[in-house]
Design a protein. Sequence first.
Length: 239
Amino acid sequence: MRHKYHEDTVVPRQPENRGTAPDPRANQKERTRAALVTAAAELLRGGSAPTVAEAAEAAKVSRATAYRYFPTQEALLLEISDLATMVAPVEAALAALPADGDPEARLLQLVDGLNAVLFANEAPMRTALRAYLDAWLEGRRAGDESPAVREGRRRRYLDRVLEPVRQELTEREWHRLRAALSLTLGSEAMVVMKDVCRLGDAEALEVLRWTAAMLLRAALATAREGRASAPPQAGPALP
């Protein structure tokens, strides 16, 4: 029973304003959520389907806090069983990637692999999206302006596949590219392609693949043009 889840030498540039400051509590929220997931997974391995209250007790987190992350047992079980199992092949493929290689090929390996899994599991992915929205609403009702409802797999996956070009980009360029590429992955991308654009699976997957490649090419071209137009660095003074 399924539970309802030819490149110039890099010229350093001045740091750029990255816009709105991040929530200073974000890291703590992510740690709290991770602790709940870890505790629940351990209970599940022990042979019982944990409730949110049981996961909270094992993680040493208050029940009220735990329910803001996982409003129902269904949402918790979806996270620790269905989703973890579905993305396991993607996790394994990314872990096996070498540190170098063609960045576009690496990116498309991720886009093709992850999106294929999600489209093949459309019903549980829509259920997971519903659970995330419920958790967000529950957090807002409890007074949290930025509830941490997602594990953030896409950011972690993109950090891994884009390692070969990380040093080519400023911090702002890096975060902007990762954010843009996140739109080409996941259940939200699937919903937009299918419900809004009315595309079939094959065409939807191709559009997401094309979009990811174009975003990466544009970001790298912009960064490289910026370096080419930057004033040369001063050399050592002549005697």
